[in-house]
Design a protein around this ligand. Structure first.
Ligand SMILES: *[C@@H]1O[C@H](CO)[C@@H](O)[C@H](O)[C@H]1NC(C)=O
Ligand SMILES: *[C@@H]1O[C@H](CO)[C@@H](O)[C@H](O)[C@H]1NC(C)=O
Ligand SMILES: *[C@@H]1O[C@H](CO)[C@@H](O)[C@H](O)[C@H]1NC(C)=O
Ligand SMILES: *[C@@H]1O[C@H](CO)[C@@H](O)[C@H](O)[C@H]1NC(C)=O
Ligand SMILES: *[C@@H]1O[C@H](CO)[C@@H](O)[C@H](O)[C@H]1NC(C)=O
Ligand SMILES: *[C@@H]1O[C@H](CO)[C@@H](O)[C@H](O)[C@H]1NC(C)=O
Ligand SMILES: *[C@@H]1O[C@H](CO)[C@@H](O)[C@H](O)[C@H]1NC(C)=O
Ligand SMILES: *[C@@H]1O[C@H](CO)[C@@H](O)[C@H](O)[C@H]1NC(C)=O
Ligand SMILES: *[C@@H]1O[C@H](CO)[C@@H](O)[C@H](O)[C@H]1NC(C)=O
Ligand SMILES: *[C@@H]1O[C@H](CO)[C@@H](O)[C@H](O)[C@H]1NC(C)=O
Ligand SMILES: *[C@@H]1O[C@H](CO)[C@@H](O)[C@H](O)[C@H]1NC(C)=O
Ligand SMILES: *[C@@H]1O[C@H](CO)[C@@H](O)[C@H](O)[C@H]1NC(C)=O
Length: 819
């Protein structure tokens, strides 16, 4: 046990098991007394007929049976549903026999003449068939083909003795059928057609192909495959373990009909351990043979907990496949299983060691290469096979000696394609005059072959810009390239125009550039040219952003909070103070509301970015909301300028209160609806434009102009308005017939609004040009965050009336305190 600790295989549940074991050992040793050896156990035994002991019964956790709590005494004979059974003498899968740790006996069953023998008991746990030893038990073979056992209390809880039918359960009594030709998907020539009609079939069979467990396909197989003329397959799905024995019709594919020949139905049973047994019978047509399909399967324990060992096991199974040709469905089944498993293991993030990642990647690539080569079929002219799965897309193209094509078409998978001069390569093969190319594109391979494996002298951020692709020349003798191969990669991520692209290939443990170059590139595609074949990808390097200055960040936080406080103060002042008649604060209030909400939302989003970022919808909604709020701030700024313009134009005209209210309602509609319309149109035009890395508008595809364009237009209009206002103010000054005090007031108002315009609008203009300039960035940060402070200063602190009201307010506060 100690040594298994050192092997490092033990997981938490196993440690609990070990603890249980130690505890139960202590109690068990106190009461283990050898039972008396009765003279005739074959005729004086207790019947143990628990259907759950059957090796096929799979319990769920809460109902694990335990023989630990049973008081055992004397001899027992096992039955399953009334049929004589025995304790298995080979390893039993874990979580079988109604329990967690199934018990089986180590060593063969005796013959009758052997009398009573002693056998060790093993408990299967933690991937070891005999993780727990238990007290040995006595076994006796009885005349009449049954066994009796002197059972003892096991040493661990949650364990139970298993039972199997010795001859009834075909899962344990089958004939092995291992004919490699049953997997052959090539077309055999007439004299070598295999024929299952001459075989004397009897009982149950389990299929293997070169030692790898196989099954009879349950979908149509190609004609002339499986080494025979009429390949046989079964009609109807394979059963599950709990379905027991089922009957399936057998079909023979001939004359373009998948089920041209019916044959006698056969019995099929799914066995624990993910394999099937078949009660095969003599087929009706001659030149017919049962097909063997290979399906790699996850080991049983991996359905409960997926570990790296599961992936290793799958890879080993793939490596063990020796079939030279396989049907496409088999290949896709295998790839689906392997990549699904890989994805789940990557998700559970138990893979992090770089050495391990690279080594898994290499094994996977190699196994895939071999697998894809099984799709190559000899051809005289040209042929192709392709498939697209969630994780992999592949195309195989074959050309033969009498190919009629000038050049082969571009090999295409969803996000990458390849141009290769296969005809030229075929011509270079003197003997066969044929060549084959396999092209695969892996969508999830970057989880193993990470872009970080690209080592460059510059400390840059490396981003995988394409799917990882793999190109090989399987079953081709002379693989020398006649022309460089060209790969067209579709960018799978946003392309940063400042980044530099490298076409790289995978070399054992790293991505390297040798022999590959970028031919041409635009924002969504890149063409790479390489002088050899291997595994390729496109990696973008971008310079690391300057280390996020914690001082700058703190300053930002403080500034934004100060700004927010002054926004709130200004809002309260606008709302609560008495203002002289004729002062219309509605635009100012709304500017404050919009910008206050925008800054608050921005602050919160940046604080909790790590939580919000994974929720893409939320992130996009926040970006849209920010867009809306900032825009309506600008629209209100424009409205304010318009109001001022109207006011200056008609100095005498002071609108009545009612009209003002009406107008305010109308303004609110304009102020917010314009921004809403812009956001709506933007969403309509570019649905995925919102939600960048910082939950703001995405900068690529020019979507940022949905913000910049309205802002620029408003700033330009405002500029024009102000020029008009100043001109008209000047002219009324020269006329001198206007009311002087009103004029003075207006003049102040104009300068305040102008100041506000400069303060609110200019930071954004500055923002467009910061581009990494530290000083400008800090300036932008201060100006942008202090908008609230400026508004408060301009309208509240610098306003005589308001100042007086503040003074009164504070005096009141002090009075209240004194009383
Ligand atoms: C059968 O075995 C039990 C103990 O296991 C014993 O008490 C009983 O006497 C035996 N019966 C016969 C008929 O031997
Ligand atoms: C296996 O089953 C056959 C009948 O199908 C039976 O004759 C044979 O005895 C069984 N083998 C064992 C080891 O029980
Ligand atoms: C498959 O068939 C081809 C041609 O008939 C033959 O050369 C090859 O050896 C066969 N493979 C197996 C595994 O039987
Ligand atoms: C692969 O083949 C080897 C040698 O034949 C065998 O020991 C091993 O168990 C096989 N692995 C799997 C997963 O079947
Ligand atoms: C083969 O494997 C695939 C994927 O693992 C599975 O969907 C399919 O049912 C399997 N076929 C058989 C006959 O086991
Ligand atoms: C990664 O795994 C390898 C062997 O699998 C080991 O030698 C190496 O120390 C591990 N590295 C780290 C950082 O764990
Ligand atoms: C290719 O052509 C040769 C000679 O014409 C012929 O014997 C052979 O059957 C053809 N092979 C295939 C796969 O069509
Ligand atoms: C691939 O083969 C199919 C027929 O099997 C043909 O229709 C298709 O055009 C071929 N594709 C290419 C790219 O040659
Ligand atoms: C790949 O592109 C290069 C340069 O444009 C060209 O010379 C070569 O022929 C192309 N290769 C193929 C297979 O088209
Ligand atoms: C292929 O043919 C060329 C010229 O005909 C010859 O030089 C070369 O040795 C041949 N290669 C092989 C492998 O036969
Ligand atoms: C890497 O550094 C070299 C020289 O130090 C420079 O010429 C090159 O442009 C840099 N590449 C990137 C992507 O920054
Ligand atoms: C191909 O790329 C697009 C984005 O460019 C992505 O949405 C899609 O999932 C990719 N397809 C595959 C099969 O990777």
């Amino acid at each position: 046990m100690a040594s298994s600790f050192h092997k490092g295989f033990i997981r938490a549940p196993d440690i609990i098991l070990v603890t249980l074991y130690v505890l139960t050992c202590i109690t068990a040793t106190q009461e283990s007394t050898p039972a008396a050896n009765l003279p005739e156990p074959c005729y004086n035994y207790t019947v143990l007929d628990d259907p759950w002991r059957a090796a096929s019964s799979q319990p769920s956790n809460p109902s694990y049976m335990s023989d630990w709590s049973v008081t055992w005494s004397g001899w027992y004979r096992l039955f399953i549903n009334g049929l004589s059974a025995q304790i298995p003498d080979t390893c039993v899968e874990r979580y079988r026999c109604g329990t967690d740790i199934p018990l089986w006996i180590h060593g063969e069953h005796p013959r009758v003449q052997d009398g009573v023998v002693t056998r060790d008991v093993c408990g299967h746990a933690a991937n070891y068939c005999c993780f727990f030893g238990s007290f040995p038990i006595k076994v006796k073979a009885c005349p009449g083909n049954y066994y009796v056992y002197e059972l003892l209390r096991p040493t661990v809880s949650r364990s139970a003795y298993c039972a199997v039918h010795p001859s009834v359960d075909p899962c344990y009594n089958y004939t092995v059928l291992d004919d490699p030709w049953r997997a052959n998907s090539s077309q055999p020539s007439n004299p070598s057609y295999k024929c299952d009609q001459y075989v004397i079939w009897s009982g149950w069979y389990r299929l293997f192909i070169n030692g790898v467990s196989a099954h009879i396909p349950d979908t149509c197989v190609e004609r002339y495959s499986c080494g025979t003329r009429y390949p046989l397959w079964i009609h109807g799905e394979h059963p599950r373990v709990q379905d027991g024995v089922v009957t399936r019709d057998v079909c023979g594919h001939a004359a373009n009909y998948c089920c041209f020949f019916g044959s006698f139905p056969i019995k099929v049973k799914a066995c624990p351990g993910s394999y099937y047994v078949y009660e095969l019978v003599r087929p009706t047509p001659g030149y017919a043979a049962y097909c063997g399909g290979i399906n790699i399967t996850l080991p049983e324990e991996c359905t409960k907990q997926l570990t790296q060992e599961c992936l290793q096991n799958l890879l080993e199974q793939m490596e063990n496949i020796t079939a030279q040709e396989l049907p496409v469905t088999t290949v896709t089944n295998i790839l689906n299983l392997v990549f699904n498993t890989l994805e789940k293991i990557v998700e559970s993030s138990s893979l992090s060691n770089k050495t391990e990642l690279a080594s898994y990647g290499n094994r996977l690539l190699e196994a895939n290469e071999k697998l894809i080569s099984t799709l190559v079929k000899p051809t005289n002219t040209s042929d192709n096979v392709s498939f697209t799965l969630a994780a992999v897309g592949a195309e195989v193209f074959m050309v033969g000696p009498v190919v009629t094509l000038e050049k082969i078409p571009r090999l295409d998978t969803t996000n990458s394609s390849m141009d290769i001069d296969l005809i030229g390569i075929a011509k270079n093969n003197n003997e066969t005059r044929s060549a084959n190319v396999g092209f695969m594109s892996f969508n999830t391979m970057e989880n193993l072959l990470k872009s970080d494996f690209f080592n460059t002298p510059n400390n840059t951020i490396k981003t995988m810009m394409s799917t990882v692709i793999s190109a090989t020349l399987p079953k081709t003798t002379n693989t020398k390239l006649t022309k460089p191969v060209n790969f067209t990669f579709r960018h799978i991520r946003e392309f940063d125009p400042n980044g530099s692209l490298s076409c790289v290939y995978w070399n054992i443990s790293e991505w390297i550039v040798d022999g590959c170059s970028v031919l041409k590139t635009n924002s969504s595609f890149t063409v790479c040219s390489c002088v050899h074949l291997s595994t390729f990808a496109l990696i973008m390097q971008t310079s690391r952003p300057p280390e996020s200055d914690s001082l700058l960040e703190l300053m930002n936080l403080v500034c934004v909070i100060v700004g927010l406080v002054f926004f709130t103060l200004a809002l309260m002042t606008f709302a609560l103070c008495q203002w002289s008649p004729g002062v219309n604060n509605v635009a100012r209030i709304n500017i404050c509301i919009s910008l206050l909400l925008a800054h608050l939302l921005f602050l919160l989003t940046q604080r909790f970015l790590s939580l919000i970022r994974p929720q893409q919808v939320l992130c996009a909604v926040i970006a849209g909301l920010l867009h809306f709020l900032f825009l309506s701030g600008f629209v209100w700024m424009f409205i304010e300028a318009v109001l001022l313009f109207i006011c200056v134009k008609n100095l005498s005209q002071i609108s009545s209160k009612k009209r003002a209210e009406l107008r305010n309602g109308f303004l609110c509609v304009i102020g917010y609806v314009v921004a809403l319309v812009v956001v709506g149109v933007s969403v309509g035009l570019v649905p995925d434009g919102y939600g960048s890395e910082h939950c703001w508008i995405k900068m690529d595809k020019g979507f940022i102009w949905s913000f910049l364009a309205p802002v620029c237009i408003i700033l330009a209009l405002n500029m024009i308005l102000f020029i008009c206002i100043i001109i008209s103010l000047n002219s009324s000054l020269t006329k001198l017939n206007a009311e002087v005090s009103q004029l003075k007031k207006n003049k102040i108002m104009v300068f305040k609004t102008l100041a506000q315009f400069v303060v609110l609008g200019c930071p954004w203009i500055l923002g467009f040009f910061t581009n990494g300039n530290k000083v400008l960035e800090i300036l932008f940060l201060i100006l942008n965050s202090q908008q609230g402070t400026f508004i408060f200063l301009i309208y509240c602190v610098l306003n005589h009336e308001v100042r007086q009201q503040y003074r009164r307010f504070f005096r009141c506060l002090c009075c209240a305190k004194q009383h």
